[in-house]
Design a protein around this ligand. Sequence first.
Ligand code: GLN
Length: 545
Amino acid sequence: MGSTKYVFVTGGVTSSLGKGIVSASLAKLLQARGFSVTIQKLDPYINVDPGTLNPYEHGECYVTEDGAETDLDLGHYERFLNVPTSQSNNVTTGRIYYRVIQKEREGAFLGKTVQVIPHITDEIKRSVKTLGETGKYDIVITEVGGSVGDIESLPFIESVRQLIWELGKENAIVIHLTLVPYLKSAGELKTKPTQHSVKMLSESGVQPDILVCRTEYPLTDELRKKMALFCNVDIRSVIESIDAESIYEVPLLMQKEGLDERVMDLFKLQSKQTCDLEEWKEFLTRLKNPTDEVTIGLVGKYVELKDAYKSIVEAFIHAGAKNTCKVNLKWIQSETINNDNASNVLSKLDGVLVAPGFGERGVEGKIAAIKYVREHGIPFFGICLGMQCAVVEFARNVLKYEKAASTELYPHTPHPVIDMMAEQKAITIKGGTMRLGAYECNLKPGTLANQAYGTTKISERHRHRYEFNNKYMNEFEAAGMQISGVNPDGGLVEVVELKSHPWFVGAQFHPELKSTVLKPHPLFVGFVNAAIEYSKHKVNNSIEV
Ligand code: GLN
């Protein structure tokens, strides 16, 4: 493989323009032309990783195969590319400083004053080049978090400047994502914010090669010319990124605008194959032409911020398309549910997913929701804490251990049916110390999980400290809760099911993290399918079981 090419994606004017989606879309198009591509995210905050952040602050924490707790944009990268990412794909300012300070303590800079330039920028450059140096990628796309002009992003932008100088323009380019707002009163799209943001970037010594312009209306030729002239780019480098109905349409919109061709031109690269987006287009066709429709309740405590459950929402889109079914999500704040109102809140739904989470808030509501769906035969899918709540609910209401609980929430419960994993008990440090990343699981033949996957050996990603307490295993099984998946090394319970219920599955792992456009997750596909069946057969909105 020749030398790796580097694309840097910066953002200007405002945050939330969708750098992650543009980066993932470009990567998808280049992948469809036969290149091997990976995407990396540089995050300007001081946390070493987002693992200790409240989801309200930063949305979901995405976990990779190798157990890194990362930014949710990595989820987009995987969903678009269908290729796993790793710790190297997400680097924060905190991690960079942490490494530099560790080296300083080891004596690596003995005698020298340790400074932002060159020591921090060197460490940033090393992190960017690490991926290229694996030899696995033709192209590495690096998304620089934050917006140009932020104080926190300065060392990253300076590192981009240095990398372009070192690697040469034929090996490193910059795409600047910007906003072209529409001013209603003037009836016009405005280019000035873009001009200012490019100017600010240039002041840091970085000249963008391509502008991707977020806009609500099509860009006229005149506007394109104006931006090309004032921002010092080729007119072919002004790419329109118009608002799309679904993020999954963005690759096709970018292709129409010639983003991938422009990148290849700048790198003097030839396509390795004719662009193959057939499966992607098939997915879009199914997504846009559903033949069924279901409504699924998403019960969680962070429902006010949709990004907190990003991968779950996307997994439903993939599974919906696979079933040619429109999946409507009804967001339900778990704190608001109790045994008295559960029927009002849940009886019209075709399925209920109880979300992952930490801590006490909203847990009793999750348990009340599970009691209702268990008793009324509504398809249920519990993920991580959602699975743990299903175990607690069963212990309380079927085994009649009224005070059963998880020791995370009630440390002195007489029936700790969910308990801290033995290896976690001595750990006091919070960052990066959970059971994280991919672990194997053996599925019992004939179970719902086994049917969904079509295999008995699976591997899924984890992020937890607590587990099913195996002392209670026989009692649960005798009463009808089946242990259908177990980790082969330590016997940790990974999946539980109910025999007497149409579709009731709890998973200790996070299936949503492995669902991609081309490989919708089997459990989500199975759950949506069960919801369709339920919606067709429900009488008076519920079936008593
Ligand atoms: N709080 C639970 C645990 O640590 C569940 C975690 C989760 O839902 N990701 O085991």
